[in-house]
Design a protein around this ligand. Structure first.
Ligand SMILES: Cc1ncc(COP(=O)(O)O)c(C=O)c1O
Length: 401
């Protein structure tokens, strides 16, 4: 009954675990949820006001497929201000979230059998979107020791005549790993020499810590820029996940092909969200600064709590709002104690059922043995959740919670 294509595609594991956590909460269970992929702050007031004003002023109709001119101008001004980038209006397309941009790009760019390089750990939707267009994800495994980043040699060795593109998620979900300018330059030289595309998902670009100097990949020069599709959005930086607003910038031939996909799919992103997006980019950024300072404190807090758990290691993230600790030794210990826990998936279920803490298992990100915790949660919640995990894992003989 179903297509062979959809049978190859798994549902989002991050959404699955947060749905289970919500169900448990609905049953009156006090669950600490580290699985969410969105800021816990409300959308800033000025952005909410702009959305209300958009409705009152009747911005409630279809818009141009690729987005309203004032939003495209705000996107260009913002990229120019931060990274010295310039895009013409026909090189920018606004969609219903960055996820929608990525899918439009996959449909517009890839033929069945095309190879697309995917550094692991990867964000869960990349391989599934590639599966949906019959492209072939080629996994480039990275290590914790190397900060979860690909090396130039590894990239060079992975390119074949079927390779069309490399996915770069910088800063990364789930690891928080963020490439320095010189690391990106090395990657840039290879992709120019081998003439492949880069889909650079920079949705966490403004969420970096300890004065990390973020470099946008297409800002490395014209040759890199003409091979890059830059993806960004409003969900994370402006706490606007529900508005469903993201954008792609790139060569006009590619953007116009993506626009053809969108014209037959969603038609255009929500008119009200687009007006809110203009305000997000042009209005005051004080709420953003407050949010990042809070995330920075929580990052330090969760790292210190993780370091206190025996056998757990964690690469300190440079960006985004996730930690991706290595629980391999803990899993081994629990299995040695006779528990049926042999994978991150088993561990996540155990933590949810016994400690009532929701984390996302690493398998969906291509990294068994790891789990992802989001620290988009209050300091009190982080302390509570980490205390529960520590206690459960240090119990000599696990007992029901
Ligand atoms: C790396 C990455 N890209 C894209 C997205 C999608 O964001 P949006 O809400 O704009 O669709 C997410 C959301 O979790 C993400 O983590």
């Amino acid at each position: 009954m179903l297509s062979s294509r959809i049978k190859r595609v798994a549902g989002s594991p991050t959404l699955a675990i947060s749905t289970r956590a919500k169900e448990m909460r609905a049953d009156g269970i006090d669950v600490v949820d580290f699985s969410v992929g969105e800021p816990d702050f409300p959308t800033p007031q000025n952005i909410k006001d702009a959305a209300k004003k958009a409705i009152d002023e009747n911005h409630t109709r279809y818009t141009p497929t690729t987005g309203i001119p004032d939003l495209k101008k705000a996107i260009n001004d913002n990229l120019n201000h931060h990274y010295g980038l310039t895009y013409e209006p026909n090189e920018i397309m606004v969609s219903s979230g960055a996820k929608n941009c990525l899918y439009n790009a996959a449909v517009a760019l890839f033929n069945p059998g095309d190879e697309v390089l995917l550094p692991a750990p990867y964000w869960v939707s990349y391989p599934e979107q590639l599966n949906l267009v019959d492209a072939v994800p080629v996994i480039l495994n990275t290590t914790e020791e190397h900060g979860f980043k690909i090396t130039p040699d590894q990239l060079e060795a992975s390119i074949t005549e079927k390779t069309r593109a490399l996915f770069l998620n910088n800063p990364s979900n789930p690891t928080g790993a963020t490439y320095t300018r010189s690391e990106l330059e090395q990657i840039g030289r290879i992709i120019v020499a081998r003439d492949i595309l880069v889909i650079s998902d920079e949705i966490y670009d403004r969420i970096v810590y300890n004065d990390f100097e973020f470099t946008s990949f297409p800002s490395l020069g014209e040759e890199v820029k003409k091979r890059t599709i830059l993806i960004n959005g409003f969900s994370k930086t402006f706490a606007m996940t529900g508005f469903r607003l993201g954008y792609a910038c790139g060569p006009k031939e590619i953007i116009s092909a993506m626009a053809r996909v969108q014209s037959h799919d969603t038609s255009n992103p929500c008119s009200i969200s687009q007006k809110a997006g203009v305000e997000a980019l042009n209005g005051p950024k004080t709420a953003l600064d407050t949010m990042i300072n809070k995330f920075s404190d929580r990052r330090d807090l969760i790292l210190s709590k993780l370091s206190a758990i025996e056998g757990v290691t964690c690469h300190p993230p440079e960006g985004a709002f996730y930690v991706f600790p290595n629980f391999q030794k803990c899993i081994q210990n629990l299995s040695d104690r006779g528990l049926e826990i042999h994978s991150s998936d088993d561990l996540a279920k155990y933590l949810l059922e016994k400690a009532h803490v929701a984390v996302v298992p690493g398998e969906g990100f291509g990294a068994d043995g790891y789990v992802r915790l989001s620290y988009a949660a209050s300091a009190a919640t982080i302390k509570d959740g980490m205390e529960r995990i520590t206690q459960l894992l240090s119990q000599p003989t696990p007992t029901p919670h």
